[in-house]
Design a protein around this ligand. Structure first.
Ligand code: ADE
Length: 259
């Protein structure tokens, strides 16, 4: 997969040399090219922003410099373009999976109040353009959001994770315990500072381990992400799940309790 990233802070992307993503780049699974937006300015100050039409605080990134940069980076190619912004569609595991199937992604990192909207309008005539938010909080720019997305997408590429099952088991992964976050995990030693590993995990009984993991996933999801439990299709809950949720005082619609 080829990834182009345009930013006024290319230094932000140093972490992409490290760990799984760094190894994927060394192997050639990922071809990451980071570009300095200011290289496409023409004035001595290398200006990339200006005041917003209509007034208001902050600055807006100028369309001309973005146009020149994107034209040169993509040539005649048609990457899928991602613009990180808090006003974009949510970045989810599902979107990460979808983007992991693309051969070429172009990330355009805005700073300040964002990029002049005509840039997105212009490239939408030629490319698939998505404005994407990584969460309901405001960062100082799109760079960190791109790091998050590249890591989430990169680990899904074939051969990037050591253990292919790891990505399948992820919280939110399609086909996993859908809509549940994962429960707690343990390794050796069996007792640490008086804290014992739950006995069932040492039992070697796969059925009981699977049941325990599902119970813990339900408990943790209810505690940390109650809205996910509320969204579960009752059809996907077995009797044991329903009993556990009742014990945890989670109300399932009475008509769904009968099943
Ligand atoms: N830029 C600033 N905040 C952002 C967010 N939450 N997601 C994506 N890009 C951003």
């Amino acid at each position: 997969m080829r990834l182009d990233i345009i930013s006024i802070f290319p230094e932000y992307f140093a972490p992409l040399d490290v760990s799984l993503i760094g190894k994927a780049r060394e192997r050639g699974t990922l071809d990451v090219r980071v570009h300095q937006l200011r290289d496409w300015t023409h004035d001595v100050h290398k200006t990339v922003d200006d005041t917003p039409y209509g007034g208001g605080p902050g600055m807006v990134m100028k369309p001309e410099v973005w146009g020149e940069a994107i034209d040169e980076v993509i040539g005649d190619g048609t990457p899928r373009m991602i613009v990180p912004t808090p006003s974009g569609r949510p970045f989810t595991q599902e979107l990460a999976q979808e983007l992991a199937g693309e051969p070429w992604l172009l990330f355009a990192c805005g700073r300040y109040e964002g990029i002049d909207s005509r840039v997105m309008a212009e490239y939408s005539t030629r490319l698939r353009v998505d404005e994407v938010s990584i969460g309901d909080y405001v960062l100082a720019g799109g760079e960190v959001a791109v790091l998050v997305m590249v890591e989430a997408i990169g680990r899904l590429l074939p051969g990037v994770l050591g253990n292919a099952q790891s990505a399948v088991d992820d919280s939110f992964a399609p086909g996993s315990m859908r809509n549940l976050v994962e429960g707690p995990v343990y390794t050796k030693p069996p007792v640490w500072r008086g804290h014992e590993v739950p006995a069932v995990l040492l039992s070697g009984h796969h059925g009981k381990v699977a049941r325990w993991r599902r119970d813990e996933a339900l408990r943790r999801t209810l505690r940390n992400r109650p809205e996910l439990v509320a969204a579960i299709d009752p059809e996907t809950l077995d009797k044991h799940d329903k009993k556990l949720l009742e014990e945890l005082s989670f109300r399932i619609a009475p008509e769904d309790m009968a099943n």
